[in-house]
Design a protein around this ligand. Structure first.
Ligand code: URA
Length: 205
């Protein structure tokens, strides 16, 4: 993958990912998507984003609309972005798993394996300086991907810290955060997430 793609090249490379996921019959979730008449959720936002958010997998509203964080968890994510003055369209929002697991269950290892390479490619194309992971699955995936596996802790300890790592295109900061869905009915956790989110201000240019 060449570094520093221009706008057109980024648009095309990201569109290519969408086209491939759409026909990803080898995915364990493909048949489920087709059965439900649902959409894959690839990601959205700026193709030049400095900050990328990585969630787990789409839920019902996301699979219905094809847009990430479009339901209740998305409402919280939007509030958090607002609280630190970040516009949703200026960041890139994606997930590890691009299709909805049945009943919103946790993603299985084979699903992460099937969709992870698409997330890897999104990162290579967009080249974010900061990757904020939402929830423990994306924290584990991203920290392992960037050689930080030895520093992995439970999310209850890692949330709100940040880690420097080397990407193919330069340095990247990894910020593990709780998943916004966990804050829907838990005001205490919502407060923690809001406080952790303040870190993002440090990375605004
Ligand atoms: N939860 C996620 O992890 N991703 C979404 O897009 C929505 C809910």
């Amino acid at each position: 993958m060449p570094t520093d793609l221009n706008t057109k090249e980024r648009d095309e490379a990201l569109k290519q990912i969408k086209d491939e996921v759409l026909v990803l019959k080898s995915s364990p979730l493909y048949a489920e998507r087709i059965k439900n008449g649902a959409f894959p959720v690839i990601g959205e936002g700026s193709h030049f984003a400095e900050i990328m958010f990585v969630g787990e997998a789409p839920g019902r509203n996301e699979a219905k609309s094809g847009r990430p964080f479009f339901g209740a968890a998305g409402k919280i994510l939007n509030e958090l972005l607002d609280s630190v003055g970040i516009k949703r369209e200026d960041v890139y929002i994606s997930n590890i798993v691009k299709d909805r697991p049945p009943q919103n269950r946790d993603p299985l290892p084979e699903e992460i394996e099937s969709y992870g390479p698409f997330l890897d490619r999104q990162i290579e194309i967009i080249q974010p300086k900061v990757i904020a992971t939402l929830g423990r699955y994306s924290m584990v995936y991203i920290m392992q991907k960037f050689g930080l596996g030895a520093q992995l802790e439970p999310i209850s300890a890692a949330h709100g810290k940040w880690y420097e790592a080397k990407a193919s295109y330069g340095m990247v900061t990894i910020v593990p955060l709780y998943h916004p869905a966990a804050a829907i009915y838990n005001q205490h956790l919502k407060g923690t997430l809001k406080k952790d989110f303040e870190i993002m201000k440090k990375f605004l240019i």
